[in-house]
Design a protein around this ligand. Structure first.
Ligand code: OFO
Length: 172
């Protein structure tokens, strides 16, 4: 049986994953409307992934006889200064989620909840991978520059990175 404190903490995390999904959806739309299809595909896929992360927590709560709470989601930001800004905000969001996963794991230690700790290890790896991908994209943007002629090349780089992620996931 899941401790009530852990049930609440997992529901808070569920809400964060749901918000991330919406936030990436807004970013995908922003890129789509600027004809940056590589970037929009990256964020549409990321929005689906975050939804899947939310669903994993929901399924875990049910498995442990906890009560999942379907959250109301605050409206995500939908306007961005630039493509660098969008990935920079992505990075900030991912770092925040990483911190909250680490905090959750600290909580499992206090509660001696090995099962939830084991469940959350998947998220630790996932966050590490996601942060690495976004850092790589930020580096590429800095290398290429952000003038109007550069956006096409940035989009192609992100498209290639996204394809690589899709193919790695298909093999897993
Ligand atoms: Fe849920 O994977 Fe990052 O945020």
């Amino acid at each position: 049986m899941l401790d009530k404190k852990m049930e609440l903490a997992l529901n808070n995390q569920l809400e964060k994953e749901a918000f991330s999904s919406y936030s990436y959806l807004a970013m995908a739309v922003w890129c789509d409307q600027k004809s940056m299809e590589g970037c929009s595909q990256f964020f549409y896929r990321q929005a689906e992934e975050e939804h899947m992360h939310m669903m994993k927590i929901l399924a875990y709560l049910i498995e442990r006889n906890g009560q999942p709470i379907i959250p109301s989601i605050k409206k995500p930001k939908s306007d961005y200064k630039s493509i660098y800004d969008i990935f920079n905000q992505t990075f900030a969001q991912e770092k925040e989620v990483t911190q909250s996963i680490h905090d959750l794991i600290n909580e499992t230690q206090k509660l001696n909840d090995h099962s939830t700790q084991n469940f959350l290890q998947w998220y630790v790896s996932e966050q590490r991978e996601e942060e690495a991908v976004v850092m790589k994209i930020l580096d590429k943007i800095q290398l290429i520059g952000e003038g109007p002629m550069c956006l096409y090349y940035i989009d192609k780089e992100v498209e290639a990175i996204n394809k690589q992620i899709v193919s790695t996931e298909a093999k897993a």
